[in-house]
Structures are given as C-alpha cells and as structure tokens.
Design a protein around this ligand. Structure first.
Ligand code: KIV
Ligand code: ZN
Length: 385
C-alpha cells in the first residue's frame, strides 16, 4: 500500500478562520495532540506574521519530536529568515514557501509579470536551501493558473531545490476530475517531477475539499494537507480526519494508508473545537455529534440486529465511545424496548405496548427524549398500575 503523508495546518491555515486566535500555550497543546494523532508534518504558524506566532512556532519546533514542524513564509528573505530562526532547533525542520501563480493573483495582487514571478520563486527557493534541509514550494491559486505556466514554474523551483510541490486549490474552485488532471499534467510535463513529493491543499468553498484531496491521491499526490474539523479561511480546509478515515475504510479502493492513529481523532477534534471556540456541526462527517446516532425505526432496528447495516465506520475506530440510539418521532418499538432494558427496567409486553403508545403520542410534539424522559414514562406506567 502507498503511504500518504499527512500535513496538518490547523495551527496556520486553521487559525486563519475568522474569529480564531490561539495563544502559544493553546497552540502547543494542540501540537502535542497532533503528534499523538500521528500527522507526519505540522505547520505550526507563520513566523514572520507576528512576535507571538514566531515564539509559538519556535516552542513547538523545540518540543515536537515525532513529526516534522514547518512554518509558512512568503517569497521574501525576511520571511525565510524568520522561519529558519523559529524552526532551526526542531527535529526535522522544513520550510513552506509560497507564491501565487494565477493570472488574477499575479496581475492584481503581486503586480508582477509571469517571468518576474518565476524569478522571485526561484530566488526564494535557492535562498532557503542555504539553511533548510527540506523545502516545500506552493503555487498559490494553482487551480486557476494556466497549466503550461504552472508546469514551467514548478520545473524551475524543483531545479532550484524544492523537495515538495504543493498544488493548492486556494479558493475552493476546482472539482475532483479537474484536480486529478492537473496532477497528471504536471507528471507528464515537468522535468524532475519524479524526484519530488506532490501535495494537495484544498479549500471547501464548494464543499469539495475532501473529494478533491482524494482525487489528488488517485492521481499521484503523496501528501495531503488539511485541518482538524476542517477549520480554515472562509469555508475552511479539507478535514484531515475525514481523509484519514476515508483512506482506511476504502483502502480497497484507494490502496493507500496513513500513519494517523484513528482512535485519537475524537480527542483531537474536541480539543481543537474547545480551544478555537469553533463548534462542530452535529452532522459533520466522522466527528459530529450525530455521526453515529440513529433515529429512525428502520435504521435502529437494522443496527440492533447488525451494526454494519447502517454503520460504515465503527465509533470505537475513531475514539467515540459507542453509537447512540436517539429516541424521537421516527423511532420504532425495537429501539424503544432496548432503551428501556438498558435503563434497567423489567417490563411486560403489555406495559411496553402502553408506554410505547404514550411515547409515540408525545413524540409528535417533543423532538428528543433523554434517558430521564424514558424512565419517567416507565415509572408513570408502573405507578398507575
Ligand atoms: O490556500 C493556500 O493557497 C494556502 C497557501 C499559503 C499554501 O494556504
Ligand atoms: Zn490554504
């Protein structure tokens, strides 16, 4: 099976979520949990962006031993210097340097011609290779770039010393088929591409970040970037936990594996949610509160007979205690009986029939029933008798 490197950017792109601001202590706490989760690379921040981020990246680089710590830099010497200062004491330092390659970004943001952009990119990689043993180069807005230009600049930065080439879908614009074709195009048109690792970095503006990341793997990417819970700029980044679990569950299809310790997912997700203050939507894949909850009678009956009828991921796999049978208006007698037994009540068929009828009537008005609600219904029936 092919090994896919997981590059976590919760502490950099994730922290760029509107309203999120992590202090150094909180960043370190998340970094230590990411190390336990088994990511291969963590992007700890953007050292040139502020004194606080510089110190946080430095402390993380000095503490984390089991994965490579990286920091972001624009294609300017001062950013690269700051990144080196922050990362140099780390176990396995690497630089993440980027420059935009799309006509829109080159014209309006950089105000540079394509030739000037190539020169800036090459100079930055050459400069960085004086210090860094590993350099990742990212073509910002790659997915809206012209492919021949993208191929040309990628070839030049590889020749200048880049080891990892990242193809970000910066604005979440691409779809899986097109994204795969970009990887194929680069593999066929760039000299030296076989000597580097290709990386995918997807944003979720059109809700396709996970699908696009998986398409990149199918087309030769050896590294996937993302964040825990999919936090990040605007609609966020690809959710790293979704990708780790998808590769595991569908290893038959993808033939690829990661080092992610799947049973650390829930803990990591909860920590990131708590420290960033970003709530996890209940229906979020893998980590949402409802990801393992069954409400309808047909589903509950199926799961009680055999879990795999409606559960493709077992909750234990990702560190969630167990599934949940939520009693509500769609629930059936089988789940109801099972809940009453689980609460320790001994009830006859006749009693069950009556209590279930009351429950069904109430469920027209009440959305969800707690264990206490169910216990109260049973006790009421027993007392009335
Ligand atoms: O989305 C993006 O293009 C980025 C780059 C800095 C890699 O986050
Ligand atoms: Zn990004």
């Amino acid at each position: 099976m092919r090994k896919i490197n997981l590059f976590d950017t919760t502490l950099r792109d994730g922290e760029q979520s509107a309203g999120v601001n992590l202090n150094a202590k909180e960043k370190l706490q998340i970094a230590l949990q990411l190390e336990r989760l088994g990511v291969d690379i963590m992007e700890a921040g953007f050292p040139a962006s502020s004194k606080g981020d510089f110190s946080a990246v430095q402390e993380i680089a000095r503490t984390i031993k089991n994965c490579s710590v990286t920091g972001l830099a624009r294609s300017v010497k001062t950013d690269i210097d700051a990144a080196w200062e922050a990362l140099k004491d780390g176990a396995n330092p690497r630089l993440h340097v980027f420059l935009a390659t799309s006509p829109i970004h080159m014209q309006y943001k950089l105000k540079q011609t394509p030739d000037q952009v190539i020169e800036t990119a090459v100079e930055s990689v050459k400069y960085a290779s004086k210090f860094f043993p590993l350099i990742q180069w990212s073509a910002e807005d790659a997915c809206r770039s012209e492919l021949p230009f993208l191929a040309k600049i990628v070839e030049r930065v590889i020749a200048a010393g880049a080891n990892v080439i990242n193809i970000p879908d910066t604005v979440g614009y691409i779809n899986p088929k097109e994204y795969g074709e970009i990887f194929q195009y680069l593999k066929s048109n760039v000299k030296g591409i076989e000597n580097v690792i290709l990386s995918a970095h997807c944003h979720d503006d059109l809700g396709m970040a996970t699908a696009n990341s998986l398409a990149a793997i199918e087309n030769g990417a050896g590294q996937i970037e993302g964040t825990i819970n999919g936090i990040g700029e605007r609609a966020g980044n690809a959710s790293l936990e979704e990708i780790g679990v998808a590769l595991h569950i569908r290893s038959d299809y993808f033939g690829a594996k990661t080092n992610m310790k799947l049973d650390e997912i829930k803990k990591t997700s909860d920590l990131v949610s708590k420290l960033t203050g970003m709530m996890i939507p209940p229906n979020k894949a893998v980590v949402g509160k409802n990801a393992f909850a069954h409400e309808s009678g047909i589903h509950q009956d199926g799961v009680l007979k055999e879990k795999t009828t409606y559960e493709i991921i077992s909750p234990e796999l990702v560190g969630v205690g167990s599934n949940a049978m939520v009693l509500g208006k769609h629930s059936g007698r089988h789940a109801f009986k099972s809940k009453v037994a689980e609460l320790g009540f001994n009830v006859t068929e006749e009693e069950t029939h009556k209590i279930f009828k009351t429950f069904k009537t109430l469920s027209e008005r009440k959305k969800e029933f707690t264990d206490e609600d169910i216990a109260a219904l049973v006790i009421e029936e027993k007392v009335e008798k």
